[in-house]
Design a protein around this ligand. Structure first.
Ligand SMILES: [Zn+2]
Length: 218
C-alpha cells in the first residue's frame, strides 16, 4: 500500500483519498481517468419512486444527459425529485394559500397535473404532436415519458433523445407559463407556448450544428 502520509497542506487530498478508499492506488496509476473510473464503479443508483433499479438508472442517465442544456437538466431533476414549486408543494410547506391548479381545473396543482393531466398541458402536447411523432409514435408518450424519458416499446437512442428533448422544452415552457400566471396574472397562450418550444428546439439544433462543425474541424 502506498504511503499517503502527506504534509499538512495536502490534508484535503488525504481526506479525499481516505473517503474514496484510494489508498491502494499507487502513483503509477494515479491518473484522472483511473480515479474517475474507480470512484464511478462504487456509484449506487438512487431509487426513483416505485421504479425498479434498471429503469431508475435509465432515468438518471436521461436527467443528466449531455444532450440537454443545464437548465433542462435542472428542471428534469427537480421534477423527478418532486421539488418543483407547484402549488401542492408550496401549500404543504405553508408557502401558498391555494392547492388548486391556477388555470381553474378542479384539481390540485401537482407536478403530475402541471406536466400531464392539466388541460393546458394536454393541448400544448397535442399542438406539438407532429414534432414528437418525428421521433416516437404519439400513443407511446406517457406520463413516464414526460417525467422520466421512459417510453413503452423499443426505440432507437436517437429517437428517445429527440423526443426527450422536446418533452424537456415543453416542461420548461409549462413551468414558465404557470409562473407568469401565478406571479403576474399574465396568460401566456398555448400558441405562444408552442412558439417558445420551437425556439428552444431551434437553439438545440444550433448547438448540435456548432458541435458538429467543431468536430469536423478537428
Ligand atoms: Zn390545470
Amino acid at each position: 500500500m502506498f504511503n499517503w502520509d502527506l504534509p499538512w497542506y495536502y490534508k484535503e487530498i488525504e481526506k479525499f483519498v481516505v473517503e474514496f478508499g484510494l489508498n491502494c492506488v499507487t502513483p503509477s496509476v494515479w491518473k484522472p481517468r483511473t480515479i474517475h473510473r474507480l470512484i464511478r464503479s462504487r456509484d449506487t443508483t438512487e431509487p426513483v419512486s416505485d421504479l425498479p433499479p434498471a429503469p431508475a438508472t435509465r432515468v438518471w442517465e436521461n436527467v443528466s444527459s449531455p444532450s440537454l442544456t443545464d437548465r433542462h437538466k435542472d428542471i428534469a431533476w427537480m421534477a423527478v425529485k418532486g421539488g418543483l414549486p407547484v402549488r401542492s408543494f408550496m401549500h404543504s410547506r405553508g408557502l401558498c394559500p391555494h392547492r388548486e391548479c391556477p388555470r381553474g381545473c378542479p384539481a390540485e396543482e401537482t407536478i403530475y397535473h402541471l406536466f400531464w393531466a392539466c388541460l393546458f398541458a394536454q393541448r400544448l402536447r397535442g399542438a406539438l404532436k407532429q414534432e414528437m411523432e418525428a421521433h416516437i409514435p404519439y400513443p407511446n408518450i406517457t406520463y413516464q415519458s414526460v417525467l422520466y424519458g421512459l417510453f413503452p416499446k423499443t426505440h432507437s437512442v436517437e429517437a428517445i433523445q429527440g423526443c426527450w428533448r422536446i418533452l424537456c422544452c415543453v416542461k420548461d415552457i409549462l413551468l414558465y407559463a404557470r409562473t407568469r400566471l401565478v406571479t403576474n396574472g399574465k396568460v401566456v397562450s398555448r400558441e405562444a407556448c408552442r412558439r417558445m418550444v420551437h425556439n428552444l428546439l431551434r437553439d438545440y439544433t444550433d448547438k448540435d450544428n456548432k458541435e458538429r462543425e467543431k468536430e469536423e474541424e478537428l
